[in-house]
Ligand binder design. Structure first.
Ligand code: AMP
Ligand code: ZN
Length: 472
């Protein structure tokens, strides 16, 4: 039986420029890859907008009955990292690890689920080298000064994601830097030969380090296979990073790399993209220190659909706090008012309609604004009915269920107990991850998790019956 369109999840696919019905390849498990942060500093809330979008996406796909196999990388080797680590006279690991830990903390603070797998670039150098060797065998590379480049004229589909015109592209012109603009589409570097005192790896390709783009092809395909269901990132990554990922991955396997490309629009400040290089950014820690709570920040980052630009303002944060208060107040009212017995058909119908409208909006390319609209409409009607005494005791549970369904995706109603405090479910998730790490004898990771929890005020106690935990 065909699924009615309004019941199915639909996404805008950057590759086809169309909204398409989504189904994973095997009908059950969503193989999804997310370009993770470059850990050369704290992430800013622009970065976190893209990561909260991915969290909403995961939660919605799970609600729709799919299992997630979601992989996110940590970019812990690239130009900026090497520059900064060398300036400070530190190793890459010593320089990047605190920022990686801080990023995972920020995710937990914003109530994001952890992807099923988080992987570091520096731990996949072999896979990258093997990928480059296959590309060489397949005729896509050439060497210059000991570095290896991808010859983009060799890949017929180059430009298919970002729809760039390669007419003016000069054969043999190449770039060594990890980031460059669309009007500078050129052969890009896969392997950089050792330069000066830069960190390097000794590999069959010679002494050197990988370019940025190859890491995501190597890691995504290692854990998810040749063809992924979904690949996400911010719009700025579509070119050159994702275009190059396609050229590499399809050049290696000869198979389609990604079925659905989803890109989140930017968080803006006064008409400009929030960015480290413009200096117009706030970290989550900045805002929390100013007294804004993570639930309010999460609401602010998610209330505009991911494909629209979102303007960051402090007035916007205050409006988010007011909106949240309204939702919490009605919840409290429902929980504490003594209503007359019975239930009213109007309220039953209103709850049903609200859930349906919420689901329809979310199915429609994660239209979070539409979904919130349905919830606020429902809240307005419920408040009016309570004022008029037409809301009855039997109407309470269906109304609370509507709110709980909303919150299972948005994750904003539980008040922040202390700024930045971690939720019980996130504590449990980290404890489970720690147990798995211990079982795999990865004691470094299990110690990291204990330390991370301690920093968030959670104390673990290993007992013979398992792990107990309490808050400080
Ligand atoms: P980076 O650490 O620079 O690789 O960025 C991590 C993620 O944040 C990527 O998916 C970027 O596309 C995304 N990103 C960067 N700036 C912004 C912004 N102002 N708004 C939304 N997402 C952004
Ligand atoms: Zn990537």
């Amino acid at each position: 039986m065909e699924i009615p369109l309004q019941m199915s999840v639909r996404f805008y696919n950057t590759l086809t420029h169309q909204v398409e019905t989504f189904t994973p390849q095997d009908g059950k498990t969503v193989k999804m890859y997310t370009c993770g942060p470059t850990v050369y500093n704290y992430v800013h809330i622009g970065n976190l907008r893209t990561f909260t979008f991915q969290d909403i996406l995961r939660r919605w796909l799970r609600y729709r009955g799919y299992t997630m196999m979601h992989v996110m990388n940590i970019t812990d080797v690239e130009d900026k990292i090497i520059r900064n680590a060398m300036e400070k006279g530190m190793s890459i690991v010593d320089y990047t690890r605190p920022y990686e830990v801080a990023f995972l903390e920020d995710m937990a603070t914003l109530r994001m689920e952890q992807p099923e797998k988080i992987v570091r670039a520096t731990e996949h150098i072999n896979e990258m080298v093997e990928g480059i060797q296959t590309l060489a065998k397949n005729g896509y590379t050439y060497q210059s000064d000991g570095s290896v480049y991808y010859r983009i004229s060799q890949f017929r589909d180059y430009g298919k994601l970002s729809h760039i015109d390669l007419a003016g592209n000069k054969a043999g012109a190449r770039v060594d830097v990890d980031e460059y603009d669309k009007d500078d589409a050129r052969d890009f570097v896969l392997w950089k030969s050792r330069k000066g005192d830069e960190p390097f790896w000794d590999t069959p390709l010679g002494l050197g380090r990988p370019g940025w783009h190859i890491e995501c092809s190597a890691m995504s395909m290692k854990y998810l296979g040749a063809t992924l269901d979904i690949h996400t990132g911010g719009v700025d990554l579509a070119f050159p990073h994702h275009e190059n990922e396609i050229a590499q991955s399809e050049g290696i396997t000869g198979q389609p790399f990604v079925r659905y490309w989803l890109h989140a629009e930017h968080l803006m400040v006064e008409g400009q993209k929030m960015s480290k290089s413009f200096g117009n950014f706030y970290t989550l820690r900045d805002l929390v220190a100013m007294g804004y709570t993570p639930d309010v920040i999460r609401y602010q980052l998610t209330h505009v659909p991911y494909r629209n630009k979102l303007n960051f303002t402090f007035d916007g944060l205050k409006a988010a706090a007011t909106a949240l208060d309204r939702l919490r107040n009605v919840k409290l009212r429902l929980e504490t008012t003594r209503f007359a017995d019975g239930s009213s058909p109007d309220q039953t119908e209103a709850a049903r309609k609200a859930s349906e409208a919420f689901d329809a909006a979310m199915d429609d390319d994660l239209n979070t604004a539409g979904a919130l609209g349905a919830i606020f409409e429902f809240v307005r009607e419920a408040n009016t009915a309570i004022d008029h005494g037409t809301f009855l005791a039997g109407d309470v549970q269906p109304a609370l269920t509507v709110l709980a369904h909303f919150d299972s995706i948005f994750q904003v109603l539980a008040p922040a107990t202390a700024a930045g405090s971690i939720s019980d479910s996130d504590v449990e998730a980290l404890i489970a991850e720690r147990a798995a790490a211990k079982k795999a004898k990865n004691f470094k990771r299990s110690d990291e998790i204990r330390a991370q929890l301690l920093e968030q005020g959670v104390i673990l106690e290993d007992t013979k019956d398992g792990v107990r935990w309490k808050r400080k």
